[in-house]
Design a protein around this ligand. Structure first.
Ligand SMILES: [Zn+2]
Length: 163
């Protein structure tokens, strides 16, 4: 009879430190979407499922419109239909695809807010993992809110166009 593992792997402690109580409802939504997107339907192989560690989903709700982006741009309408059913609400949404391929999900949403002539001030961003330092700085600069960030090194960061 198998016994449950009792130890916790702390090797990536710095990056993953985040108390579960600090997760906002939107963080949970973002994490849910990420998990859905890497379920068997969307990721049939171990290799494709492994890409989940590179990905991140960001969500913000402005004027009852859900702005949703992912690093990978893999989200599709089916993911949102499942989310809508899970939340039990009808959703007006936009799946955002901004930048030239390297733009983090949070920055895609931020750029979309700017392009829509909305303000990011006091807008809560839900993210499936803590924002990187650069994203956190940009979100803070525009007054957006987020629950956590990390300062592990990030490569391939693409700046949003806020003009
Ligand atoms: Zn980032």
């Amino acid at each position: 009879m198998p016994s449950a593992r009792k130890y916790v792997n702390r090797r990536a402690h710095d990056y993953h430190i985040r108390r579960i109580g600090a997760l906002t409802q939107l963080d949970k939504v973002a994490s849910y979407l990420l998990a859905l997107n890497y379920s068997e339907r969307a990721s049939p192989t171990k290799a494709s499922q492994g890409l989940i560690q590179m990905d991140c989903v960001a969500v913000a709700v402005i004027n009852d419109e859900w702005l949703i982006a992912s690093n990978s741009r893999r989200l599709d309408d089916n993911d949102i239909i499942l989310l809508s059913e899970e939340l039990g609400i009808d959703m007006t949404y936009a799946l955002i695809d901004r930048g030239s391929g390297q733009m983090h999900a949070e920055m895609q949403v931020l750029e979309e807010i700017s392009a829509s002539n909305y303000s990011a001030a006091n807008v809560q961003f839900g993210v499936s993992k803590p924002c990187c330092k650069k994203c956190a700085e940009w979100l803070s600069h525009y007054g957006a809110k987020y629950s956590a960030w990390h300062d592990a090194q990030v490569v391939n960061w693409e700046k949003p166009d806020m003009s």
